[in-house]
Design a protein around this ligand. Sequence first.
Ligand code: ATP
Length: 199
Amino acid sequence: MKLLRLTLQGFKSFADKTTIEFADGMTVIVGPNGCGKSNISDAVRWVLGEQNVRNLRGQKAEDIIFSGSETRQAKNGAEVQLVLDNSSHELPLDTTEVAITRRLLRSGDSDFKINKRSCRLKDIQELLANTGLGRGSLAIIGQNRVDQVLTARPDERRLIFEDVAGISLYRMRKNEGLRKLEKTAENMDRVQDMVALLD
Ligand code: ATP
């Protein structure tokens, strides 16, 4: 899955709207310590649906919003858009490019979009499952991650292999099905209680 461009606005150190184009071949981002290189990979992780802010090196959700500097006021929200190349239609959408957008306001409001249409986080997770960019994928390997993979428990390591083997989407659907079955069983119990009362 090729990334075409990333646009950040109000995300961490990127107060102003900034677009990074990923040309063919390899893109290397260089700069002095603390200039925001890792913030770029954090933005990719975030727009793809990361829910644990600690994985983005923050403590609370709003830590990803530009918090101001000596010369700049803090921003009220953060928005990141990632555009993926879909010319091979690997993603089941008609468009040759797919734009995924995530926004968070200080008020706590947040939203996701696929190709400018509002959607749920689940839609993004399902869209990306089996592409190698899904939840817990190894497409982004942060500092310390290599150690974590090597020292992972067998069941944790199995999840990595399942993701690579393309099983994750079915695992997500299975879990959702199991939750619905559980809810239905609870409803059945309630109905049976009511029938017993009527007898
Ligand atoms: P290194 O080479 O040392 O790993 P880096 O280039 O990867 O550094 P980052 O870790 O991406 O740098 O960026 C760190 C900078 O981002 C710090 O200056 C920090 O103050 C700034 N930063 C992080 N979160 C925010 C925020 N919410 N608002 C403003 N600045 C932020």
